[in-house]
Design a protein around this ligand. Structure first.
Ligand code: SF4
Length: 76
């Protein structure tokens, strides 16, 4: 399996990625709302039930389904 994205990775820091959406800094990211996470993001490539999956913003690695970043976009 591909490695999980490290929150301290430069790209993760730049995007405000956290592996657990409940740890999002709401002051820094006021657009964050409950229910937003990688699983509910349009860019997430994991299948239903997967704990992690691919994201085009983190090529070659996996993001946590429960994670979040500031590029979150609502699934159509
Ligand atoms: Fe998660 Fe979406 Fe951000 Fe990718 S773009 S890390 S799937 S919230």
């Amino acid at each position: 399996a591909q490695a999980l994205v490290d929150e301290k990775d430069a790209q993760a820091v730049a995007l405000g990625y956290v592996a657990e959406a409940r740890r999002v800094d709401a002051r820094k990211y006021p657009k964050f709302a409950a229910g937003q996470n990688c699983t509910s993001c349009a860019l997430y490539q994991g299948k239903a039930g997967d704990k992690a999956g691919g994201c085009p913003l983190f090529a070659g690695r996996q993001v946590a389904g429960a994670g979040w970043c500031s590029a979150w976009a609502k699934k159509a």
